[in-house]
Design a protein around this ligand. Structure first.
Ligand code: SAH
Length: 366
């Protein structure tokens, strides 16, 4: 594997930027047979080979051509932190001084990788520290699939990544094409072969993109709901002002009809005194009455400068019981990796902000 730092910016084509269809099209354009795509994908993702000379089922001339014109290049892991519960956070170097974060969460029978889709985030959810970093740019395909590629290499054979959640930095559905291509690679039998039940996209509710996704890429869907009414959600998740709850619920209903899990997971961050009353739970039940739903309650993870507090343990349990008694499967997300700032909403990386949003949040200016 060649890392960015070892190379002066390369004019070569990075093969990690293509899913199978993209790679086929690339080879056809180069006058090669399309089946070369599957051969290459197997070498890269299943054999872990990045040296074209070792790709013995390719002709010598093709290998020479690939060496001259192509490269297999994942972004560099700059820093690794390991939490007391085994959660690992990697800081990953992207171009122009930007960094994103990727988190690995080991559990008894599975290993979940939390992948970033953008440098920062263009949305402004009030309880999320990524939002405060502002936004720089979309990650390209190699930078998204490269997180899985590099993480699995670092973990080695003993710890397999069995699940991927697009819940790192950024709004995945605002980087639609690149995220879809990367998820295609995750699920491709010639690459990682993860089942569509084990790849989850988490969205703040970009309604038209949810509709598009159901047509092109059949992955599990999690929606960051966080509020049962438009008034409150307009404030906590401002994209709600553009795609209000009535439209979001309709999109969820449609997605559940075709999606692999036949239900939507709703994430709901527990904020003391803001969205955690019994009345809120009842409003949530009413809101979700026509949607096949599971609810994942997320204890709020604090970060420097945040005004919110997490709901107390008893309040969270009570909230869960109300939902549960209404027949909604409700889980409470175990907070993982908080001692290394790897928990939900704590990922910050290093964002060369172009939105200038951080100025609005700067304590000295507010
Ligand atoms: N932009 C996407 C994916 C990234 S966030 C989305 O909104 O779904 C992953 C999850 O963590 C989201 O549900 C997000 O709302 C939640 N989250 C953000 N900040 C948090 C915090 N401080 N504590 C707990 N959860 C948080």
């Amino acid at each position: 594997m060649k890392f960015v730092s070892e190379l002066v910016k390369s004019e070569k084509t990075n093969l990690l930027d293509f899913d199978r269809d993209g790679l086929k099209a690339f080879f056809v354009e180069m006058g090669e047979k399309p089946f070369r795509a599957t051969q290459l994908l197997k070498w890269i993702y299943q054999e872990g080979v990045d040296d074209f000379d070792q790709m013995t089922n390719l002709s010598k001339s093709l290998r020479a051509w690939l060496k001259q014109h192509c490269i297999i290049q994942a972004p560099e892991i700059l820093l690794e932190k390991i939490a007391s519960d085994g959660t690992r956070k990697w800081v990953i170097q992207m171009s122009c001084g930007n960094r994103v974060e990727t988190v690995f969460i080991p559990e008894q029978n599975r290993g979940t990788l939390c992948v970033s889709s953008q440098v920062g985030c263009a949305l402004a959810c009030t309880f999320c520290s990524t939002a405060r970093q502002g936004f720089n740019r979309n990650l390209n395909v190699s930078e998204i699939i490269g997180q899985l590629y590099s993480a699995q290499k670092r973990l080695g054979e003993k710890q397999r990544i069995t699940n991927v959640v697009m819940m790192g930095m950024g709004e995945p559905l605002l980087n639609f094409d690149n995220v879809v291509a990367a998820m295609n690679l995750m699920m491709d039998d010639f690459c990682y072969g993860l089942s569509k039940r084990r790849v989850t996209v988490s969205t703040s509710g970009i309604v038209p993109a949810m509709q598009r996704l159901s047509q092109v890429c059949d992955v599990s869907m999690a929606v960051s709901l966080h509020a049962p009414t438009d008034t409150l959600r307009d404030e906590l998740v401002p994209i709600n002002q553009k795609y209000p709850l009535s439209e979001l619920m309709a999109a969820c209903q449609d997605y559940a009809k075709t999606g692999p899990r036949k239900h939507i997971t709703f994430e709901y961050v527990m904020l003391a005194g803001i969205n955690d009353s019994i009345g809120d739970a009842k409003a949530l039940i009413k809101l979700l009455r026509h949607v096949p739903a599971k609810i994942n309650l997320i204890p709020f993870n604090p970060f420097p400068g945040s005004d919110y507090r997490c709901s107390t343990g008893p309040i969270i349990l009570k909230f869960r019981d109300v939902l549960h008694n209404a027949g909604i499967v409700t889980t409470i997300r175990k907070t993982r990796g908080d001692d290394i700032d790897a928990a939900c909403g704590q990922l910050v990386g290093q964002v060369k902000d172009k939105s200038r949003r951080h100025l609005k949040f700067h304590p000295a200016l507010s």
